[in-house]
Design a protein around this ligand. Structure first.
Ligand code: NAP
Length: 497
C-alpha cells in the first residue's frame, strides 16, 4: 500500500557505505535512503558515498544504484524526481580498505564539498567483519572519526564470544560506545517496536504478563528460502549464530524485559541485558535435552522441488539450518515459564511470530457445554502482514445449551493505519543519523548473548553431534515437536492468516 509517513528532516550528513556496491547496500540500504528522501527526510547537503574496490566513478555508481532502485523499490513508490535527487547525492570512491595508500581518496572526497566542517559522518560497515578493525584504524589515522561521527556494524559481530570481543575492542579503540551502532534490523520492525508500546502504554496486559498467568512463550522465525547465494558464508555460520544469537534473543528480551522507568536508549538496553543474564545457563546435559539442530533435505517448498542443503552448498556438511531451543528466564516474573525458540530455512512458510500462551481457566465453568475452549493466546506477527491476534473463547449465538467456540480479536497494521509499514532499515538509518542508539545492540548485550550461546556451540561442535534431517517445506525435524510434546504442549502453527 502506498503512503508517506510524516518525517522530520535529519541534519545534513555524509553517509559513507563501505561495501556500497554489495548486496546489502543495493538491496536494502539505498532503497531505504531513497524512501526517506521520498518522504522529505533527507535535507540538501545529505551526501551518500559508496566505497568499494570497483573501478566505478560517480556516474557509473549512479547507474548501478538506479538499476537497484528499480529492482528493489515497489514500482508504485518510485518517483522519477526523487530518484534523480537521490542519484545526485551519490558518489563512489574506489578504495581497498586494507590498502592504506588508497585512503587519501576517501579523505579528499569527504573534505571536498562537505555541508560544514563538523558535518555528521556515518560510516556504515557493510563488509566482512574482518574488515571492521582495519577500517576503524584508518578512519582514525586519516582524521575522519570526529566527535560527530558514528559507525554502524552489520551482523555478525563476531562468530563467538572471543571474536565478538576482538571486534568490539578494535572498534572501541576509535569510537566511543555511544557512537557505535550494532544493527539488528529486527529491532527496527514496526511490529517489534509496537510490542514495547503494547506492553508499556496499556495497562491490561501487565498484570497478566508473568508466570501466574502465562503458560509458555513461543518465538518462531521461519523462512521458506534456502541458503541460495549465501552458502559459503552460511556454511561457516549456521542458524544458531546467524539467527538465534541476535534476532531471536532480541525478540525474547523484548517479551520478557521489565518495564524501564521510561523508554530511552540506555534504560531499554539495561533491561534487555538483565534478561540475557537471567537466561538459564546451558550445560552439556541441557544442550542434549533442550536443543534440536536440523538440516534440510530435499523436499517440496512453495510448490516446487527444493534441493537439499548439501546440494545447495555443494558438499556434505554438519551446519545446522534449523534450531529449536527450550529455555527459561530465571527471575521473579518468569521462573518456571518455558520460552521455546525456533528458526529454520526451507520451512513450510516465511513467518516471524511471537505467541504468548496463557494458562487454562483454573476451573471448568461450563462442564456441560458443547464445542471447544482453548487457552487464550496472543499472537504477535512480526512478518509478513504485521499485526496481533488474541485468541479467546466465546459463546456461539443461538438458543438452548451453551456451545463454546474459539474466536479472535484482530489488529492488522495495514487495515488499522492504512499506510505502508516502513522497512526496518528506513527507521534505523535515520536513528543512526540522529545519534539515537535505543534500537541498536550495546556491547554488553552482544557479549551476554554470545556467552549464553557458547555452551551450545561447544556441545554441537563435538564429532558425535549431527543435525537431524528434515524435508524442505516442513516444520523442521520431528524432535522439535517432541521438545514441546514431552511438556504436554505443541507449536502453534497457524497465527494470523
Ligand atoms: P557482498 O555482496 O559480498 O558485498 C561486499 C561489499 O564489500 C562489496 O561492495 C565489495 O565490493 C566490498 N568490499 C569487499 N572487500 C573490500 C575491500 N577490501 N575494500 C573495499 N570494499 C570491499 O556482501 P553483502 O551481502 O552486501 O554483505 C556485507 C556484510 O553485511 C557481510 O558482513 C554480511 O554478513 C552482512 N550482512 C548482509 C546481509 C544481506 O542481506 N546481504 C544481511 C545482514 C548482514 P568490491 O568487491 O568491489 O570491493
Amino acid at each position: 500500500m502506498n503512503g508517506s509517513t510524516a518525517a522530520t528532516p535529519v541534519e545534513p550528513c555524509d553517509f559513507t557505505v563501505f561495501g556500497g556496491t554489495g548486496d546489502l547496500a543495493l538491496r536494502k540500504l539505498l532503497p531505504a535512503l531513497y524512501l526517506r528522501d521520498r518522504d522529505g527526510q533527507l535535507p540538501d547537503g545529505f551526501r551518500i558515498v559508496g566505497v568499494s574496490r570497483a573501478e566505478a566513478d560517480d556516474e557509473g555508481y549512479r547507474v548501478m544504484v538506479e538499476a537497484a532502485l528499480v529492482e528493489h523499490v515497489p514500482s508504485d513508490e518510485l518517483d522519477a524526481t526523487v530518484v534523480r535527487r537521490l542519484l545526485g547525492r551519490l558518489h563512489h570512491v574506489t578504495l581497498d580498505v586494507e590498502d592504506v595508500a588508497d585512503w587519501h581518496r576517501l579523505h579528499e572526497r569527504l573534505k571536498d564539498g562537505a555541508a560544514s566542517d563538523d558535518v555528521i559522518r556515518v560510516f556504515y560497515l557493510a563488509v566482512a567483519p574482518a574488515l571492521f578493525g582495519p577500517i576503524c584504524d584508518h578512519l582514525d589515522q586519516f582524521g575522519l572519526a570526529t566527535e560527530r561521527s558514528r559507525v554502524v556494524l552489520e551482523k555478525p559481530v563476531g562468530t563467538d564470544l572471543a571474536t565478538a570481543r576482538a571486534v568490539n575492542e578494535a572498534v572501541g579503540r576509535v569510537f566511543d560506545e555511544s557512537h557505535i551502532f550494532r544493527i539488528d534490523h529486527y529491532l527496527g520492525k514496526e511490529s517489534v517496536q509496537n510490542l514495547l508500546v503494547t506492553r508499556f502504554a496499556n495497562t491490561f496486559l501487565e498484570p497478566l504478563w508473568n508466570s501466574h498467568w502465562v503458560d509458555h512463550v513461543q518465538i518462531t522465525v521461519s523462512e521458506s528460502l534456502g541458503v541460495g547465494e549465501r552458502g559459503s558464508y552460511y556454511d561457516r555460520s549456521g542458524a544458531l549464530r546467524d539467527m538465534v544469537q541476535n534476532h531471536l534473543l532480541q525478540l525474547l528480551c523484548l517479551v520478557a524485559m521489565e518495564p524501564p522507568t521510561y523508554v530511552d536508549r540506555e534504560t531499554v538496553r539495561d533491561e534487555k541485558l538483565k534478561v540475557l543474564q537471567a537466561l538459564r545457563p546451558m550445560t552439556p546435559d541441557l544442550v542434549d535435552r533442550d536443543t534440536v539442530a536440523g538440516q534440510y533435505a530435499a523436499g517440496l517448498c512453495d510448490g516446487a522441488a527444493a534441493p537439499s542443503y548439501a546440494d545447495e552448498v555443494g558438499h556434505t556438511s554438519d551446519t545446522e539450518t534449523f534450531v529449536a531451543i527450550k529455555t527459561e528466564v530465571q527471575n521473579w516474573r518468569w521462573a518456571g515459564v518455558p520460552f521455546y525458540l525456533r528458526t529454520g530455512k526451507r520451512m513450510s512458510e516465511r513467518l516471524s511470530e511471537i505467541v504468548v500462551v496463557f494458562k487454562e481457566p483454573p476451573h471448568p465453568m461450563f462442564p456441560h457445554s458443547e464445542g471447544t475452549s482453548e487457552a487464550n493466546r496472543l499472537h504477535i506477527r512480526v512478518q509478513p502482514d504485521e499485526g496481533m491476534r488474541l485468541h479467546m473463547t466465546a459463546k456461539e449465538p443461538g438458543p438452548g445449551g451453551i456451545r463454546l467456540r474459539p474466536v479472535s480479536l484482530d489488529l492488522s497494521y495495514a487495515t488499522a493505519f492504512g499506510q505502508r509499514s516502513p522497512d526496518a532499515y528506513e527507521r534505523l538509518l535515520m536513528d543512526v543519523v540522529r545519534g539515537n542508539t535505543t534500537l541498536f545492540m550495546r556491547r554488553d548485550e552482544v557479549e551476554a548473548a554470545w556467552t549464553w550461546v557458547a555452551p551450545i556451540l561447544e556441545r554441537w561442535s563435538e564429532p558425535t553431534h549431527r543435525p537431524r534431517r528434515y524435508p524442505a517445506g516442513t516444520h523442521g525435524p520431528f524432535a522439535a515437536n517432541t521438545l514441546l510434546e514431552r511438556d504436554g504442549r505443541s507449536w502453534q502453527e497457524t497465527g494470523i492468516e
